[in-house]
Design a protein around this ligand. Structure first.
Ligand SMILES: C[C@H](N)C(=O)N[C@@H](CC(=O)O)C(=O)O
Length: 621
């Protein structure tokens, strides 16, 4: 197949062979990212010994950084290295970051007294922060490049195949996320260590690190097959310069003696191309609409922090299997994989059949509302938990009272025979003699065991050890989190999937990446808002914080619906074509005056947005 730039690529069933490598790369990379992210907040809390607030703050700072760096990646790729090299270099940075995380979680490195806890916590904190910074740089930097690089592999005649590629790409993201969110919490729950045993965070970070190396190798293997477009120049820089010039020119001509112009961007006309100005106006219109959006992400991304911490105080025993608190996050990709097809093939067509025009902005508004509802559910669950228990912890706190007149060493290993139940085996040792006994634990329970003075070490001590329950096991079941996951994921489908499509359709051809970067920026800001609200509000009860977030999103949802009502959909391709016809056509026999008149009319059209409508009709909201 020869694509638009004359590049000859191998094809399989009408698809460029090269996309196979890109899709596998994405699967492994998302596995790596979501796998590491799933256990991150618990690593902060139980390995680094941070409190819930600090763990939540650093978690959201990290996520925010991951969504800030795409701008950097897009600039580097477009104006300097090109997408291929950017992906390779930043993937190496990313893999190094993941390895640093895995090493930072090996407690034996600094566990000089071999009691299972690190003795130099600063080493672990610094190494993990460096690791997280490199991961944020890597994952964010390649984010805008990989999907676009995949899109580049298709020729103009392969529109249908390109669309299918993006669907498969999205499925790979969620497939990778689903699998890793199941696997890494299992790895994290194991005990491992050289001298003493600890929860195996090193393995939970090590496997994502290995997957990132696999992602890189797969991408490099496909190297000879890719179409590698040359960097197109820094469009983001051009946009900023043009806006900067419009503002400074407007300021220079602020005196009344200068006639005003229809739009403030028109002040850039003295230096910049009219087409570029028209394209920037389209982008600004959408960016203005983005202003309330971060609040959605503020709630959405708390799945990995507050909701996971909430799950640690709940009972994960589902009969045949025991679900780890961090594994509850898998409900999101599972629901995504089921809800997206249901929405597309049943719900939306049904709404259309009822005669309702469920436009993208209406869907996004409903998505916000559903996310607010999810937090109301989270608040109700939290009240239930607070009523059921006072001491909240997932990990079993166990202490021993030694009735013998000699010191006894106690060590433990937890066994998960395919996650059937949490069973801990304790080894008691004094000199050469030892014995073992096992107990089943409920989630969150705490026990004190009594070692009787008559205990005979060296024989079976299963029956001799008695225990008293200090803290009852968590009684509120993790299944109660399913409604909040359902609403937040339904919200994600309506808000995020629609929003991405909306941004793409409303962006001028050369500025789709700019709008994608703007979209990702809303995610970053949303994560910063979590920090600000949590810090400023400092609410004593967790459920009140959930209610506060739900109320804030509800207010923002109302503001967004009003803004959306006044938005009129445009068709950027048509507007661009009109401009090109008029600006670049030297053979045109129209005289300058007439051409100028037409240009003015089009500009007015664009400013008022009353000639182009969503799907050819006047569509508000
Ligand atoms: C796993 C999420 N449901 C998902 O689809 N995430 C996307 C979009 C995003 O959050 O950036 C992804 O990881 O690319």
């Amino acid at each position: 197949m020869v694509n638009k730039s004359g590049f000859n690529s191998k094809e399989v069933c009408g698809y460029p062979l090269s996309i196979f490598f890109i899709v596998v790369n994405e699967f492994c990379e998302r596995f790596s990212y979501y796998g590491m992210r799933a256990v991150l907040v618990l690593y902060f809390k139980y390995f680094l010994r941070w409190d819930d607030d600090l763990a939540t703050s650093i978690y959201h700072t990290f996520v925010a950084l991951c969504y800030l760096t795409p701008i950097l990646g897009a600039i580097v790729a477009d104006s300097w290295l090109g997408k291929f090299k950017t992906i390779i270099y930043l993937s190496i940075v990313y893999a190094i970051g993941q390895v640093a995380m895995a090493v930072s979680a090996i407690h034996d490195i600094t566990d000089t007294d071999r009691d299972g806890t690190p003795n130099n916590m600063t080493f672990h904190v610094v190494l993990s922060m460096v690791g997280l910074f490199l991961i944020a740089l890597g994952t964010g930097g390649i984010k805008p490049c990989v999907a676009a690089f995949g899109g580049d592999q298709f020729g103009d005649h392969q529109e249908r195949q390109r669309r299918t590629f993006f669907s498969v790409f999205y499925l790979c993201i969620n497939g990778g996320s689903l699998l890793s969110t199941i696997i890494t919490p299992i790895l994290r729950a194991q005990n491992c260590g050289i001298y003493s045993k600890q929860k195996c965070y090193s393995l939970a970070f090590g496997v994502p690190a290995a997957l990132m190396v696999v992602a890189l190798v797969v991408f490099i293997v496909g190297s000879g097959m890719y179409y590698k477009a040359k960097p197109e120049g820094n469009i983001m820089g051009d946009v900023c310069k043009c806006i900067g010039f419009a503002i400074s020119n407007r300021y220079k001509h602020r005196s009344k003696q200068y006639p005003s112009r229809e739009h403030w961007m028109d002040w850039a006309e003295d230096k910049y191309d009219k087409l570029l100005i028209a394209q920037i106006k389209m982008v600004l219109k959408v960016l203005f609409l983005y202003i309330p959006l971060p609040m959605f992400w503020t709630l959405f991304d708390q799945k990995g922090s507050r909701w996971t911490l909430q799950a640690t105080t709940m009972d994960g025993n589902f009969g045949a299997i025991v679900i780890q608190p961090d594994q509850m996050q898998t409900v999101n990709p599972i629901l995504i994989l089921t809800l997206v097809p249901i929405m597309d093939s049943v719900i939306y067509p049904l709404i259309k059949k009822c005669g309702l025009n469920f436009t993208p902005l209406k869907r996004m508004t409903v998505g916000m509302f559903l996310a607010a509802l999810a937090f109301v559910c989270a608040a109700v669950v939290q009240i239930e938990i607070d009523v059921s228990r006072k001491h909240l912890t997932y990990f079993n706190l166990t202490q021993f009272v030694n009735g013998m007149n000699k010191p006894v060493n106690v060590s433990t290993s937890e066994i998960f025979p395919f996650l059937i139940i949490i069973r801990a085996t304790f080894f008691l040792q004094s000199g050469q003699l030892s014995c073992a006994f096992s107990r089943d634990f409920g989630f969150g329970s705490s026990y004190t065991f009594f070692i009787p003075s008559t205990l005979s070490l060296g024989s079976n001590c299963q029956e001799s050890i008695t225990g008293a329950e200090d803290i009852k096991p968590n009684s509120v079941h993790m299944a109660l989190q399913v409604p909040q996951y359902f609403f937040i994921t339904a919200g994600e489908v309506m808000f995020s999937v629609t929003g991405l499509e909306f941004s793409y359709s409303q962006a001028p051809s050369n500025m789709k990446a700019v709008l994608q970067a703007g979209w990702l920026l809303t995610v970053a800001i949303g994560n910063f808002i979590v920090l600000i609200v949590a810090e400023v509000a400092k609410l004593p009860k967790q459920w009140t914080e959930y209610v506060l977030f739900a109320s804030l999103l509800l207010c923002v949802c109302i503001i967004f619906s009003i803004m959306a009502y006044f938005y009129t959909y445009i068709d950027p391709t048509e507007i661009e074509a009109k401009f090109r016809r008029n600006v670049g056509d030297d053979d045109d026999d129209k005289n300058d005056k007439q051409r100028k008149l037409e240009m003015e009319m089009m500009k007015r059209d664009l400013d008022r947005s009353d000639d182009e409508h969503y799907k050819g009709k006047q569509t508000k909201m």
